[in-house]
Structures are given as structure tokens and as C-alpha cells.
Design a protein around this ligand. Structure first.
Ligand SMILES: NC(=O)c1ccc[n+]([C@@H]2O[C@H](COP(=O)([O-])OP(=O)(O)OC[C@H]3O[C@@H](n4cnc5c(N)ncnc54)[C@H](OP(=O)(O)O)[C@@H]3O)[C@@H](O)[C@H]2O)c1
Length: 303
């Protein structure tokens, strides 16, 4: 409505996978966005976004960005020491917070393995509740975009993915679907107190996911099963030990069970969650498809 001041939404983690998609959704809905980052010069966000500097490990640095905000989107990948001070500050300034957590309360073996990330998420949720902030807790399962970090390089460079627990099933969720739910919770009514477990629409084994990537880019990719020990050796020095432990434990625990699939994306957003195949099609160039296209274009151009 003309003349009505709409307070900005502060997006923490705005330069990350989910945060960028949240920014896009909010801008698309006409909501003013303020984005927090440690490096404003490198943020690469749309011009319509007000970019502010801030660091979750330095709580004072958040004060300027919190002035006059309505809602806050919070995610936490920083060291945990300053969580209480940050939540206290959010409660002083914001009307509500939408927190990106994980399904650590869901009684499915994949989500029930104790790990430091689940403990941190539970802690942040408890502090948000104690601070009396109106909140919505968003609990996505495995992100589809993990496939970029895990498998894009070997697929670009060859035709084999070497990986453990090929039979472990997950229901990868597209970060745009997480963001669509987050944006509704930040900008819509009726989501205070909401606790949303989000998944993709289908249970797929890790080997099936790799097959789907091959099918979409038009090149068969072989899944070569690694033992957990081999995987530990291959990731040593490159991946944090607790992350490797968390993944191996969760994959092992879920063997023989289909992944949890929820309808929450469709329930909140009104359209079904995107399939993993759709996600791959939209990111095919990251798996080397661009090269295939370029080669065929080169052949066509020279014929
Ligand atoms: N991957 C999965 O399958 C999965 C599943 C469920 C839940 N999750 C949760 O999802 C979250 C990660 O989301 P994501 O993948 O979108 O993140 P991401 O791509 O790793 O990006 C991290 C974001 O956090 C910001 N950040 C990091 N340290 C900061 C600090 N000290 N102060 C201010 N901002 C800081 C970064 O901003 P700057 O660098 O610009 O400052 C960046 O925007 C984690 O909490 C994870 O536990 C992940």
C-alpha cells in the first residue's frame, strides 16, 4: 500500500546457498531486504538489497543492521560462543525470527544420530524460546546442493563417483523450496510458532542420485562404493572430522529405510517441492554439461 512503511527483513547468511534464495524470494514479493555479511564488497547481491557489515562472532557489530528491522532470518555456521549474546540482541530489535535448523527432533534414524550440529541447533532454539521471540523453526533435511560440493568435481573430471553407502536413501531438498517456505514465514501471517520439517518429494539412494545426474547431463556416471574407512582416508585433511563422522553415522543408520518425505513445502507454498532431477537440470553446467553443450555447438558451428 502506498505510503505505508514496510520495515526491512534482515537476512543473516544472505551470501550463502539458502540465504541467496531467501533474498530472491523476498525481493520477488516486494519486501525490502537488508543483508548481513562479513564482507560487503564481496557480497554480489542484487542492487535492490541494502548490504550491511556484521559478524555473528562480534555481537556489537550487529547493532547497526538491526535498527528498524521487522523480521530476521537467522542461520548459524559460525563458532557457537556468541549465540546467547546474538539472540539477546535479536530479541531487542526484531518482532520475529525465522531460524534455519535441522530435523533433529524427528524420529527417523537418519536424524537421530547425536552430533554437534544438532546440539547447536537445539541450543539456539532454546535460547530463542527463552528470549520470548516469536519464531518459526525451519528444519530441512539433506540439501540437493550438497551434490555440488560432493560430486561436481569428479563428474566434471571423469565418469566415476567414489562414495560410501550408495544404498543410503535421502530426500534431497532444493534450496529454492527451503527459501520459499522461509520467505512465507518471514513475510506472511500465521507462521509464528511454526515448526516445519522440509524434505524433497522423493526418497532416492545416493547411487540413484548419481545416476540421475548422469542421465540429465547425458553421460553415464558409475558409482563406486567406498568403505567408511576409505572415505575417511579420502577426505582426511580436507573435510572437518566431525562432519565426516556425522555423515557416515547418519548414512549407516538409515540403510534399509526409505528417507523421510514430508509434504510441508507443498502445504506452505501451495506447489510441490522440486524433484532432484529438476534441481540437477537447473545446475547441469556445474557438472560439466556446459562443456558438452559447448562441444556440440562447436561441432555444429564447424560443420
Ligand atoms: N547442507 C545440508 O544438507 C543441511 C541440512 C540441514 C541444515 N543445514 C544447515 O544449513 C546451514 C547452512 O546454510 P547454507 O548452506 O545456506 O550456508 P552457506 O552456503 O555455508 O553460507 C554460510 C553463510 O553464513 C554466513 N556466515 C558465516 N559465518 C558468519 C559470521 N561469523 N558472521 C556473519 N555471517 C556469517 C556467510 O556469510 P559471509 O561469508 O558473507 O559473511 C554465509 O552467507 C547450517 O546451519 C547447516 O547446519 C544444512
Amino acid at each position: 500500500m502506498r505510503g505505508v512503511h514496510v520495515p526491512p527483513v534482515l537476512v543473516i547468511g544472505a551470501t550463502g546457498r539458502v540465504g541467496r534464495a531467501v533474498v530472491a524470494q523476498l525481493l520477488g514479493a516486494g519486501v525490502p531486504v537488508r543483508a548481513l555479511t562479513r564482507r560487503p564488497d564481496a557480497a554480489g547481491l542484487p542492487a535492490a538489497v541494502e548490504v550491511v557489515a556484521g559478524d555473528l562472532t562480534v555481537p556489537d557489530s550487529l547493532d547497526a543492521g538491526l535498527q528498524g528491522v521487522g523480521a530476521v532470518f537467522l542461520l548459524w555456521t559460525a563458532p557457537p560462543g556468541t549465540v546467547p549474546a546474538v539472540v539477546e540482541r535479536l530479541a531487542l530489535h526484531a518482532q520475529r525470527v525465522v531460524f534455519l535448523s535441522s530435523p533433529h527432533r524427528t524420529p527417523h534414524p537418519f536424524f537421530q544420530q547425536p552430533n554437534p550440529m544438532a546440539a547447536l541447533h537445539a541450543d539456539i532454539e532454546r535460547l530463542i524460546a527463552t528470549a520470548g521471540l516469536a519464531s518459526t523453526i525451519i528444519r530441512p533435511g539433506i540439501f540437493a546442493s550438497n551434490a555440488l560440493h560432493w560430486w561436481a568435481a569428479p563428474i566434471r573430471d571423469g565418469d566415476v563417483v567414489r562414495w560410501p553407502y550408495g544404498a543410503a536413501e535421502t530426500a534431497p531438498i532444493d534450496e529454492r523450496d527451503i527459501a520459499a517456505v522461509v520467505a512465507r514465514a518471514l513475510n506472511g501471517d500465521g507462521h509464528a510458532g511454526g515448526d516445519y520439517v522440509l524434505t524433497g518429494p522423493e526418497s532416492l539412494s545416493q547411487a540413484e542420485q548419481v545416476n540421475i545426474i548422469g542421465a540429465v547431463i547425458g553421460r553415464p556416471i558409475r558409482f563406486e562404493e567406498l568403505s567408511p574407512e576409505e572415505f575417511r582416508r579420502e577426505t582426511a585433511g580436507r573435510w572437518p572430522g566431525p562432519v565426516v563422522d556425522m555423515l557416515l553415522t547418519a548414512w549407516r543408520a538409515t540403510i534399509g529405510r526409505p528417507a523421510l518425505v514430508t509434504s510441508t513445502v507443498a502445504d506452505v507454498v501451495g506447489s510441490p517441492a522440486r524433484t532432484f532431477r529438476q534441481w540437477v537440470a537447473d545446475h547441469a553446467s556445474a557438472f560439466g554439461d556446459a562443456q558438452r553443450v559447448t562441444e556440440s555447438e562447436t561441432r555444429r558451428d564447424s560443420s
